[in-house]
Design a binder for this molecule. Structure first.
Ligand code: SDX
Length: 377
């Protein structure tokens, strides 16, 4: 009937607002950050420059990049209070729980970071974004190290953001091939319009809460396997499958059991994810570097079997999972690495929400009981 509301479950297909941060175009399988194709940014830019681009709308000048790098270095070291808070969690806690806890403590430590958003001053949000983005590598790398019973590694001022993250994880000078692949992954993970975690951050921002609260909420949304958690789930699937020759049979069983195959499918892209070719290129360079053709064969076997049976293509998490595995990260730290990248997009969106705010509060169609009386005792 004409009075029945048009319910779009999961907000599927709903255009909720405008954004100038990124353009996801499923028709041309392309992704632009502030107008620049993401594959071109990944091939030419350090992650820091992309962070600046997402926040300010333009690539940084040499001076602006130097300023951002200097500011980032000031906040790189693991804060003692943050480390102590992380140590309150059991060592087998999920590292996403470590990250969520650490970010909450960081917010509480920086009184300005938990000031309510001021509609007149979105640039304040961007100022709080820098220490947040700068502190995350220390948090994520310590989340991995304490699981392994290791101490935190102090940051190195002579290394850029990507290389320093690898240094703080492994305490070894990272190889150039690995740094390049890691930098690409950070850029590809940085931003993707109104995905679930970014939308969560915007919902929180729309109430004029604070930046840290928006980011902590976004971390919660990213943790789930239908979203960021998929990159680690890919590695769990690879471990179950074992080798390329078993991929098709494993897939048939998974599909028969109606299991979701993580790392495949996407709400927006239906003919492949614009970021996959770039990340697959980075994975290929790691496969050659570590001499792990067996992993590439398994990757190809599962992908072709899935495309053949269901016509469903990989998303970014499919190549990113095995790439992080080859670099030596524990599987559980893959989604925290996604946080370290996506914090740039989240905060850019918080500032955008703030600059033209409308409280996000949709309607629901009630399907419960009609009005009724409380039974008499
Ligand atoms: C990210 O939104 C973003 O931009 C997210 C992201 C970002 O950068 O922020 O790109 C990052 O979250 C990537 C997605 C990571 N998630 C996974 O890899 C989990 C596995 N994928 C799926 O569960 C699924 O494809 C979603 C959740 C990603 C998208 O789901 P939709 O849009 O709600 O679609 P759907 O689940 O309704 O699927 C449509 C059909 C279904 O079959 P039918 O019921 O119509 O027969 O396709 C099937 C699904 O069962 N399908 C899958 C599948 N993906 C889709 N079947 C098995 N395995 C899959 N992976």
């Amino acid at each position: 009937s004409p009075t029945e509301p048009d319910v779009r479950r999961g907000l599927n297909g709903v255009v909720a607002d405008t954004t100038a941060v990124s353009k996801v175009d499923p028709e041309s399988n392309s992704l632009l950050y502030r107008g620049y194709p993401v594959q071109d940014l990944a091939a030419t830019q350090p992650f820091e420059a992309v962070a600046h681009l997402l926040w300010h709308g333009e690539l940084p000048t040499a001076d602006e990049l130097a300023d951002l790098r200097a500011a980032e270095r000031e906040h790189r070291a693991l804060d003692d209070a943050v480390r102590s808070a992380m140590d309150l969690l059991p060592t087998d806690a999920h590292p996403m729980d470590d990250v969520r806890t650490a970010l909450s403590v960081l917010g509480g430590r920086d009184a300005a970071g938990t000031e309510l958003l001021d509609l007149a001053d979105p640039t304040a949000t961007l100022q709080h974004a820098v220490p947040l983005y700068a502190a995350l590598p220390a948090v994520v790398t310590y989340a991995q190290r304490r699981r392994r019973g290791l101490d935190a590694v102090p940051p190195r001022d002579d290394l850029d953001h990507a290389a320093n993250t690898l240094w703080m994880t492994f305490g070894e000078e990272p190889d150039a091939t690995v740094v390049d692949a890691f930098n690409r992954s950070m850029i590809l993970y940085a931003e993707h319009s109104f995905n679930a975690s970014t939308f969560t951050a915007r919902v929180v921002a729309s109430t004029l809460s604070d930046v840290h609260s928006a980011v902590v909420a976004a971390v919660g949304a990213l943790k789930g396997p239908l979203h960021g958690g998929a990159n680690e789930a890919v590695m769990h699937a690879f471990a179950e499958i074992g080798s390329a020759d078993r991929a098709a049979a494993w897939l048939d069983e998974a599909l028969a059991a109606k299991r979701k195959v993580m790392g495949f499918g996407h709400r927006v892209y239906k003919r492949g994810d614009s970021r996959v070719p770039t990340m697959k290129g980075a994975l290929d360079s790691l496969v050659a570097h570590y001499d792990r053709q067996d992993l590439a064969d398994l990757y190809d076997a599962l992908e072709s079997a899935f495309v053949e049976r269901k016509g469903i293509y990989p998303n970014l998490d499919y190549p990113a999972g095995p790439a992080y595995h080859l670099m030596g990260f524990d599987t559980e730290t893959f989604t925290p690495l996604f946080v370290a990248a996506r914090v740039t997009g989240w905060t850019a969106h918080v500032a955008e929400q703030q600059s033209s705010n409308a409280l996000i509060r949709p309607l629901s169609a009630y399907v419960g009981h009609e009005r009724r009386e409380i039974p008499q005792p």
